[in-house]
Design a protein around this ligand. Sequence first.
Ligand code: SAM
Length: 220
Amino acid sequence: MELKLRLTDDGSHTLYRKDIDENYHSTHGAVQESEHVFIKNGLNYCHKALFKNHISILEVGFGTGLNCFLSYLYAKNNKVRINYSGLEINPLNDSIISQLNYCSNNQEQLIFNNIHQFEWGKWGSVSDFFKIKKISSSLQTCKFENKFDLVYFDAFGPRVEHQLWNKKWYSKIKNFLNDDSALVTYCAKGSVRRDLISIGYNVERLEGPKGKREMLRAST
Ligand SMILES: C[S@@+](CC[C@H](N)C(=O)[O-])C[C@H]1O[C@@H](n2cnc3c(N)ncnc32)[C@H](O)[C@@H]1O
């Protein structure tokens, strides 16, 4: 799996996977995309609109850990407690992770390193308000042990992974959602939206991050 580090328009890094000709994030800005789709329309929504202060998050596609890191910063600044489960089918190696430029000071870098150094498959504490378990498995094969309030659906898109974007896997997630929960994704494809609705999610089309017209939020 050949990966190349690339700068996006907001100055933050993404990774480019040559074999599938796909970036890990929007080239208009990795951090701006993550902040908009997952933090503002996911975590902030779950906290402020669903009134949750203790939030269990599942991320499908942990990748660089950017969404996890930004969730940690949100939790710290907003006094929220988070249990974070990160699913990843292809964990990245340390040499590529060490080149990512997501941190603005040494303290943040320590947290980012800490997130990546935890052993896979075990719960660890990044702080007293943020616990993490990284799971080296696919959504299709993993066995969940707890329920979730919020899902970051951030695998590669339907062009690359059409076998993942269907009702079977949206239902698997839905069975592990608490009441008043939400799934957010950067993908706004009509067939994805219709499939989510057909299995009982309430789906909103929201304004997309820079460079993209729409995104989806599916609630229970
Ligand atoms: C678009 S990238 C986003 C990664 C990550 N959220 C980030 O900010 O770096 C998609 C990630 O999903 C992972 N992935 C793809 N299919 C998956 C699956 N079926 N289950 C779990 N992870 C998957 C990929 O290996 C990749 O790391």
